[in-house]
Design a protein around this ligand. Structure first.
Ligand SMILES: *[C@@H]1O[C@H](CO)[C@@H](O)[C@H](O)[C@H]1NC(C)=O
Ligand SMILES: *[C@@H]1O[C@H](CO)[C@@H](O)[C@H](O)[C@H]1NC(C)=O
Length: 210
């Protein structure tokens, strides 16, 4: 025991870098949380709960360069995006801003791999914006049919981030698209910001019926 301790102390003394706080120690909560979540089980799924978690994986991967996690994440997304670019169980007729969030994860893997199936999948999601119902101000309904004419702040996070990312990758010169994206931000900001505290309420109904 004593000789082991002595050996360990000798080793520490010989390698001061080990004794100093390692930059990795700063990410221990990240690793802890990631491993805990994976331990509890993560399903391949396009819904925004998973899509948001997957986005966190992207950030952890960028920060830690952890190839194991990257492979886990890749397998999860490939459990949803099939070989022909179809998104498993995705309802391509349902217009809900929540369902665009996963498009960001698809574009991540398109950028990582250049695999055409991700482009096919992302283009189909992007195409749904063309028929997404809008209110009179041009804002996307949060969901059809449940929330007609309503814009919700999280819809910006769900759909317009994807709209902007897709446009930046494939149609960076499309000013109509950029104006349309800005219109989403500007419209909901103008209608939901409260003068008294400069904070935004969560949503509003352009038709004033809700
Ligand atoms: C890398 O990620 C895997 C899966 O999340 C995890 O088990 C492992 O502890 C991570 N390694 C490091 C050095 O963070
Ligand atoms: C540019 O974006 C607009 C709005 O999203 C879209 O309707 C139009 O088809 C796009 N233009 C081209 C050339 O694809």
């Amino acid at each position: 025991m004593r000789s082991l301790q002595t050996a360990a102390i000798a080793l520490l003394a010989a390698t001061p870098a080990l004794a100093a706080p390692s930059p990795r120690s700063k990410i221990s909560y990240t690793r802890w949380m990631t491993n805990s979540i994976l331990h509890h089980g993560v399903e391949p799924d396009f819904h925004y709960d998973e899509a948001t978690l997957y986005n966190a994986f992207q950030d952890v991967i960028a920060f830690t360069k952890n190839d194991t996690l990257k492979q886990v994440y890749h397998d999860l997304v490939d459990g949803v995006v099939l070989e022909d670019g179809t998104i498993a169980n995705y309802d391509y007729t349902k217009h809900s801003l929540d369902n665009y969030r996963f498009g960001n994860n698809i574009l991540y893997w398109y950028e990582q791999t250049g695999d055409a199936k991700y482009k096919v999948a992302a283009d189909a999601v992007r195409g749904m914006l063309d028929t997404h119902p809008r209110n009179l101000a041009g804002g996307f309904w949060h969901r059809d049919p449940s929330y007609p004419n309503q814009m919700w702040l999280d819809g910006i996070y769900m759909a317009d981030t994807f709209y902007a990312k897709w446009t930046s990758l494939f149609q960076p010169g499309n000013q109509t698209a950029w104006d349309d994206i800005m219109r989403q931000f500007d419209t909901i900001d103008a209608r939901t910001r409260k003068e008294e505290n400069n904070l935004l309420v969560h949503g509003y109904d352009e038709s004033k019926k809700a």
